[in-house]
Design a protein around this ligand. Sequence first.
Ligand code: ZN
Ligand code: ZN
Length: 305
Amino acid sequence: MHKLCPFCHSWLSTNIFDAHVASHTQKLPDGQMQDHVTVRPEERFAGDIAKEPRWYVHPRCGGVTGMPEEIIRSYMVDPFLYNESSFCTGCHNYVPTAELYWQETNESLQAASYRRKAEFIQKNGLNPQDFVWDALGPARRKSRGGSGVGTIALVALGGLAALFLVGFVVMFAVIAARSQAARRQPAPAPFNAGFPRMGRDFQPVKFPDIPEPNFPKGPDIDKLMRESHEQMEQHLKESQQRQEEFMERLRSDAFGPPGGLPTPPNVGPPAGFSGIEEARKRAEESRQRSRERMDALRERTRSRP
Ligand SMILES: [Zn+2]
Ligand SMILES: [Zn+2]
């Protein structure tokens, strides 16, 4: 078995894979990892990146850091490749993108990244539900592997809810562990790597003047953010609806006619009182329906491998 190294894009046999990757993520004396994950060279953005911001500042320490071109070209084709931290040459460490600002645009790296992610989903017509959304927008891809409901049978709703919760917690733990282990690699190379020391046109920015946080001046950000929120709400609404439908189904399956009506009495209807007859008919119909549903459910369960 072979695996593709996301750092150097060579195929490696699985038994040496971990050690190999560890060598890429080793910290150099400046605090930065040896290498960073990128998209394969032939898949990177190949167009002009002159308009892409390149230098970012960390107002807390005053450090300015340059984003390596191969990383820019990578997140331009896959904005979900990196997590929300980036290397700061002032701190000699990886810091949250929320603390970093593009010098050229004053936009925070975090805002720019979420904007890019939202655009990516939109442009490629992807399903927003395949992504984990937080208050800012689409944060990351959901982990693959589907959520097989497995044993359907007649699980009590409480049990099911608990299951979901556990699933979520586990998922989170996995993601957290993963981002600790392998995903701290969005960082750029040191600012001065192979570059003449700054002093360029954009350089004389004084740090105290550096932009107020958080307010990207891009034209569409507000709109994008609004859309994110709307999508998130829509998402929530849909899942609530599904939940309600599910509960409705459970109720009728398990407890007879909807609305909790008891099974109608066996006694015949008093003459001239058609209301009871009507109710009885409805109850009978609904029992029939629920019987059919149960049969269908059993059928489905049985036909499962
Ligand atoms: Zn490698
Ligand atoms: Zn810093």
